[in-house]
Write a protein that binds this ligand. Structure first.
Ligand code: PBG
Length: 335
């Protein structure tokens, strides 16, 4: 009998291994633990303030005092890191985003306070100008409204350095300018910040799944009807994502990211398989919003679907997932 015939039914019954919990556990290929999760959070000026984000039910913008309490809970759940995003007062937004590198700006102050309160919790900061620009783009515009690469990089550098000097463990450029990883790495080395890690948003697509995030940080109104297609990637492309990611690694990225998440698992899988580096995925605001809409209508069962969605990132090759469900998932996983 040939091997092929032996391997057919009834010699082979795929359901045998599925029969009991013990054998399902033995053959499980991927695992999901709180170690795999990163929680994105939104920080506001002021004290004792919490604001709901209408398009992201269950997500709140928090003032720093409340965020510190949240950070302690997150650390206690075993989640390794937070990703911090600021809600900037419209009066502090400008054409050139000078507030982005203010050493006593909201992010820089928050980083110092969070690292003091919760030193063991990794802190990731977003390097991009969109919360700070009056036009809502991630970089600096020329007279035609085009985002200028090298001029933007010069400002992003200052922003990244101010984050690392404040104590950020990981700076995460999400701006998609060319050459920014190399420029940031060089300045960090020069300033003796050798262990400041860079998580590059390498394969970041020009996605409309970011809509609720832009509401959360208050950049949607500034951006208006404009889009980010001249610097973020075309959703039609995957080879280009490998090219982008390889460049970011050559320039000094320690970790790379694919964003959005669930519609881009093919890209994640290829990057992990071909480049074999620490690879992260971002289950973005629109993915969160879609899930929540279904949960709130009783169309999907929340707890199991959340864990399934996150496990699928692991199966596709993610080393970690940024998700607004991180806290709820960790609570479920710790039960
Ligand atoms: C800013 C940034 C965005 C997100 C993370 N960093 C929005 C954008 O590029 O417009 C989106 C995150 C999400 O949707 O959850 N550069």
């Amino acid at each position: 009998m040939s091997l092929l015939t032996q391997r057919q039914y009834p010699n082979t019954r795929m359901r045998r291994m599925r029969k009991d919990d013990f054998s399902r556990r033995l053959m499980r290929e991927s695992t999901l633990t709180p170690d795999d999760l990163i929680l994105p959070v939104f920080v506001l000026e002021g004290e004792n303030r919490r604001e709901a984000v209408a398009s992201m039910p269950g997500v709140e913008r928090l003032s720093l005092d409340l965020l510190i309490e949240e950070a302690r809970e997150v650390a206690a759940l075993g989640i390794p890191a937070l990703a911090l995003f600021p809600v900037i007062d419209p009066a502090q937004k400008s054409e050139l985003a000078e507030e982005a590198y203010n050493a006593s700006g909201l992010v820089q102050r928050s980083v110092r306070a969070l690292k003091q309160a919760c030193p063991e919790l990794g802190l990731i900061t977003d390097v991009a100008l969109d919360p700070y620009t009056s036009h809502g783009q991630d970089g600096i515009l020329d007279e035609h409204g085009y985002v200028q690469n090298d001029r933007s990089v010069a400002t992003l550098l200052k922003q990244a350095l101010s984050h690392a000097e404040a104590g950020a463990d990981i700076v995460a450029p999400s701006d998609m300018m060319d050459g920014r990883i190399g420029a940031i790495r060089a300045v960090l080395e020069q300033e003796n910040l050798h262990n400041a890690r860079i998580m590059a948003y390498s394969a970041k697509y020009a996605s409309r799944y970011y809509g609720p995030f832009r509401d959360a940080v208050g950049s949607a109104g500034n951006l208006g009807r404009a889009d980010k297609t001249t610097y973020q990637m075309d959703p039609a492309n995957a080879d280009e994502a490998l090219h982008e990611t390889a460049l970011d690694l050559a320039e000094g990225a320690d970790m790379v990211m694919v964003k959005p998440g669930m519609p881009y698992l093919d890209v994640l899988s290829r990057i992990k398989r071909e480049l074999q580096v620490p690879t992260f995925a971002y289950q973005v605001s629109g993915e969160y919003a879609m899930h929540m809409a279904a949960f709130e209508n009783g169309w999907l069962e929340a707890d199991t679907v959340i864990l399934e969605s996150l496990m699928c990132f692991k199966r596709a090759g993610a080393d970690g997932i940024l998700s607004y469900f991180a806290k709820r998932a960790a609570q479920l996983l710790n039960r």
